[in-house]
Structures are given as structure tokens and as C-alpha cells.
Design a protein around this ligand. Sequence first.
Ligand SMILES: Cc1cc2nc3c(=O)[nH]c(=O)nc-3n(C[C@H](O)[C@H](O)[C@H](O)COP(=O)(O)OP(=O)(O)OC[C@H]3O[C@@H](n4cnc5c(N)ncnc54)[C@H](O)[C@@H]3O)c2cc1C
Length: 382
Amino acid sequence: MAMASWFSRLRRSSQRFFFTSSALRTSMSTKLARTQNTTNSESPKTPFLFWSSSLLPVALAVSAGSLALRPQSDPSLCEAPSANSRNEFVVKGLCKEVPQELVDELKDVCQDNMTMDYEERYNHGKPQNSFHKAVNIPDIVVFPGSEEQVSMIVKSCDKHKVPIVPYGGATSIEGHTLSPNGGVCIDMSLMNHVKALHIEDMDVVVEPGIGWMELNEYLAPYGLFFPLDPGPGATIGGMCATRCSGSLAVRYGTMRDNVISLKVVLANGDIVKTASRARKSAAGYDLTRLVIGSEGTLGVITEVTLRLQKIPQYSVVAMCNFPSIKDAADVAIATMLSGIQVSRVELLDEVQVRAINIANGKNFLETPTLMFEFIGTERRTS
Ligand SMILES: Cc1cc2nc3c(=O)[nH]c(=O)nc-3n(C[C@H](O)[C@H](O)[C@H](O)COP(=O)(O)OP(=O)(O)OC[C@H]3O[C@@H](n4cnc5c(N)ncnc54)[C@H](O)[C@@H]3O)c2cc1C
């Protein structure tokens, strides 16, 4: 999680607070009361939605409109040797030649919104933010524009026994979007619309390709926000599939706690809805939570109903330095046990603080550091 906006929100006059071992012996609430380096956010409208501005590159956004359908004589290129010249590993998979019949069927469904262009396939088979060096290239990339198209694509792939890999913002860091067996990559970027906003119920129905940052831009004028903030560029579909968390998980939970219902295209092309919009229901199996975190293995998510939160009036950030990671961890635990309402807490070691200093021209004390954020009304947070 990027830290840039944490620091930009600390006033220049803020003093750092260095907790010593002896300080740890006093109660946590006393310590927090003594913390001098707190900062009232200057605007109630700029609280913390965009704090994860990029320290790492933003995931590649692919515009389907710019892609041309260029069939090749041998479309099955998932082991293309030319990729090795880029000093990356193309892991051998079990890919087989994609049947021309499948290519024709996909073209009927997707028209120009599909490609077999090598560079596009390469970009979709190369992890954009992953530590892995492996590049596993799909044979075809499709860009469906609707749930019905997703269903038809999946039905065709099922018929020809060709693997599929759903693709969101490609910010996952464990090679999730690789296509080790070639096949069809289903890029969801065209399905990026808000379908319905229910302000009084505080929920929103979206297509899976919308990013959490774009969603929050849409919601801000209504005083609402969605409190999960993983990598910049992550999409709601990918966030469901990875059961992601974010810096506010300590207060709002993870994706598991913030998704009300899903629509999913199963492996045979059937479309299922996992739950109604009702918050309180004990009926049936909890299919929503079965799909959350399934990493594209149980189906392609085509619609998501999300729980929303009110944008808090005020936020306060406290940055606390410690002699050791152990001391910082002890204070974090003590804070939680004290019942103080924390909206974010992040632990940085001295190496991370140094990286932030270098990247942002700051001069923060390079010791283990806890960053807290508290939210609420002006009176409560001051
Ligand atoms: C700088 C940075 C910070 C990050 N911080 C966090 C963090 O704080 N917490 C955290 O949990 N993660 C974090 N991540 C990881 C990443 O952002 C999350 O895993 C995110 O949820 C991935 O979403 P995505 O849209 O990029 O998915 P992708 O990377 O595109 O895909 C991830 C997986 O989801 C599947 N998938 C995508 N769309 C669908 C769909 N519609 N239906 C079914 N399956 C689908 C893919 O097949 C793949 O298996 C961070 C990453 C970066 C680069």
C-alpha cells in the first residue's frame, strides 16, 4: 500500500513522537492522548479515498477499441520463444492449438472486441505487478461488453475444452492472471459501469471492470465511498476474486464483509445470482462468500452489489516512532484492546520509511513506525 498521501496529510509543523520502552509501560490511551503529531484533515471532502496514490506503477489499462482482430496461421503461441529475448521465463504449459471453430464463434460474439495480436496477448500473459518472472501468454484475448457475451464466450470455451482466465486490473501480485495453458483471456475492462446506486440503502450495483478509484470518484458527490483500497488500478471483479483487503480493513473488514451479492457466469455458461440485496437474510447457502476469493476458478463475476459507507467528516493521522518492531506491534495490539476506534493502522520498518523519504524527498525518522488514522466528527477526532 502506497504511503504518499499519509505523509502529504501530516502538517509541516507536526512533531514526531518517539515511543521508548518506558513509554510503553503507560496505558495506550494516555499515549495517544499525548501524541502531538496529529493532523486534522483540512477538508472533510478529501479524507482518505485516494491515499494509495502510486508509488508503484499503475496497472496497464487496455483499450479494446484500439485492438484489431488479426488472425494468425498458428494462433497457439503461449510458448512463444521470442519472449525469452526479454529475459523473462515463458513457462511451458499444456496449450494446444486453438480450434478455428472456437475463433469463429468468439468473433461472432465479440466482433472487433477480441484480439490475437502477439503484443496484446503478451501484455495479458505477463504479470504487471507480480514478483513472478513467468510469462504465460493466452492464445486469444476477448473484451466482452455484457453478461450475455461472457456467457456465450464461456459456453464456447467449454464446448471446445479450452481454458479461460478472467482478467481485471492486473494488480494482483502472485501471477494470478497468467495463462499457463494458453486459452482465452477474458478482459473485463469494457464492463465498467455503475448499474444502480441506492443511496438510502447505502449500496451500489456495478459491473466488475470498474476500478475502486473510479467508483469512489463517482460516489464522492453523494457523500459515500467504498472502503477497500488495494492496488491502484484494481477492479471490483478482481477484488472480489482475490478477497482483497486494504488499509481500512481494521475498521471496515475485507471484501468478504463488503459484498452483498454477485452475479456469476459458471463454467458451463449458466448465469447465477448468489443472493438478494437484502442485508439480513439467512436463506440458503452463502454462495456469495464461496465465490469471494475463488480467483476466477468458480466462474466469471459479471455483477457486484457492494455495501457503501458514509464519508467521515474528519480524519486525524498520527505517526509514531518506535525503537523496535516488537514495540510497535505491542502498541498496535494495546490500541485495539483499548477500544479506541482506529480507521487505519499501518506498520513500516526502517527500510520502508527510508524508501518513502527517498521517493518523496521527506525526512522522517528511519525507525519502525506506526501510522494511525482516526475518523469521526471534528470534536471526536481532535
Ligand atoms: C501497490 C499495490 C498495493 C496493493 N495493496 C493491496 C492491499 O492492501 N490489500 C490486498 O488485498 N491486495 C493488495 N494488492 C493486490 C491487488 O491489488 C489485489 O489483489 C486486487 O484485488 C486485484 O484486483 P485486480 O482487478 O487487479 O485483479 P487481477 O490482478 O486482474 O486478477 C486477480 C484474480 O482475479 C481474477 N479475476 C479478475 N476479474 C475477475 C472476474 N470478473 N471474475 C472472476 N475472476 C476475476 C483473475 O483471474 C485473477 O485470478 C496491491 C497491489 C499493488 C500493486
